[in-house]
Design a protein around this ligand. Structure first.
Ligand code: GLU
Length: 421
């Protein structure tokens, strides 16, 4: 049988599996299998040559039983409604597992930001917000950055929204630059949260991170900071890294500063010369202690899961491991830490940003990190304790299924108490 790779179908399959094990109410299950609201918009943008080009955009509110929708906006040439629906479902589970007062949502625009100049990008960002402005707001649905969207884009969006509603509405979006009241620590928060999970996972696996070798797939916001923080925080060595054009591997480790310089000058990580060139697929199969998929979906599938040699898989991207691969990794005894736990640091600090915006009182960076650590460690323990509870009932479940049981259970309870079923 060919493995299902449609991300929305995957998100439904993961939910179905957890629903069966936890004995989820049928109506709650049906409500949680589909988004609550899907919006598709057509966004016109005046291009540099005077012509007007239209872009298709989406905003999906998956569930808001526990609070306003929350989730990023992606600008990507291969964006699709199904990807955005899947990502909005994963945001629902992410905010629930972290136990923060939000539901889940996601947005996206089909475009290639690398082909747009700054004026076009600003215009697209502002016009997209105009198109969806009735669907969002600090108490309705709060966007944030994701693949190929930046703090600058968040600032334009906040400005556009504030103009539309006629007041300063900083809390309508998170991941803003600190000059317009983004939170300290937001930029590297996804990677930081992932490192707290790695610290706890390593304890469980009795892996000394000081001597650990790490391979990172992806060198965007999450991957780049993961590299920097992994070395600084734990003394581990990053021996391989990649981006969309391919990867590099050096047994003795890769020098972060030199790599950043090489990538800036040459456009990709392979511009770093003191390492061997490898493919993105080869990177995942390296003989290392930890692999960190920090790029896109469906990277570890039934096809390559058996070839993974690492002790820990830290899913910093959204959806990098398919359900079939999750099962294989679990059977092989590899500790695969699920995406909506590992990369929850981003949305947790987004929550701090929203809270600070509403209070008008701002926290120091170390306050942000220590509160983030507390929440991520609590989520990790919730997942591992649930896995243990089921094991005591002689039901063996992967950390992903355990995470689903915790997250889905909380959303279902909120829906029940509110009277949705
Ligand atoms: N885009 C990030 C994620 O997938 C952050 C979302 C947010 O901060 O709302 O978790």
């Amino acid at each position: 049988m060919v493995e299902e790779l449609n991300p929305f179908r995957i998100s439904q399959m993961e939910l179905d599996k957890a629903a069966k094990i936890m004995g989820l109410d049928e109506t709650a299950h049906a409500l949680l299998r589909e988004p609550k609201r899907t919006v598709v918009v057509n966004v016109p943008v005046r291009m540099r040559d005077g012509s007007v080009k239209t872009f298709i955009g989406f905003r999906v509110l998956y569930n808001d039983a526990r609070g306003p929708g929350k989730g990023g906006i992606r600008f990507h040439p291969e964006e699709s409604l199904d990807t955005v629906k899947a990502l909005s479902a994963w945001m629902t589970w992410k905010t629930s597992l972290a136990n923060i007062p939000f539901g889940g949502a996601k947005g996206g625009v089909i475009c290639n930001p690398k082909e747009l100049n700054e004026a076009e990008l600003e215009s697209l960002s502002r016009n997209y917000i105009r198109a969806i402005c009735r669907e969002i707001g600090p108490d309705v649905d709060v966007p944030a950055p994701d693949v190929y969207t930046t703090p600058q884009i968040m600032a334009w969006m906040m400005d556009e929204y504030s103009n539309l509603v006629g007041k300063q509405e900083f809390g309508m979006i998170t991941g803003k630059p600190t000059e317009v009241w983004g939170s300290e620590g937001r930029f590297d928060s996804t990677a930081m949260g992932g490192m707290y999970v790695l610290r706890e996972a390593a304890k469980l696996k009795k892996l000394n991170l000081k001597n650990a070798k790490i391979a990172i797939q992806g060198f965007g916001n999450a991957g780049r900071f993961a590299f920097e923080i992994a070395e600084k925080l734990s003394g581990s060595k990053v021996v391989a890294v990649s981006d969309s054009s391919g990867g590099i591997y050096s047994k003795g480790g890769i020098d972060y500063e030199k790599l950043v310089k090489a990538k800036t000058a040459g456009g990709n990580v392979q511009a770093y010369k003191e390492a061997d060139k490898i493919t993105n697929e080869e990177l995942l199969e390296l003989d290392v202690d930890v692999i960190i998929p920090a790029a896109l979906e469906n990277q570890i599938t039934e096809k390559n899961a058996d070839k993974i040699k690492a002790k820990i898989v830290l899913e910093l991207a959204n959806g990098p491991v398919t359900p079939g691969a999750d099962r294989i990794l679990f059977e092989k005894g590899i500790l695969d830490m699920p995406d909506f736990l590992v990369n929850s640091g981003g949305v947790i600090v987004s929550y701090f940003e929203w809270t600070q915006n509403r209070q008008g009182y701002y926290w120091k960076e170390n306050e942000v990190y220590s509160r983030l650590d507390e929440i991520v460690t609590r989520s990790f323990n919730d997942v591992m304790n649930t896995q243990k509870e089921y094991l005591e009932k002689k039901v063996k479940i992967s950390p992903r299924t355990a995470a689903y049981i915790v997250a889905v259970g909380r959303v279902a309870k909120a829906m029940k108490i509110r009277g949705w079923y």
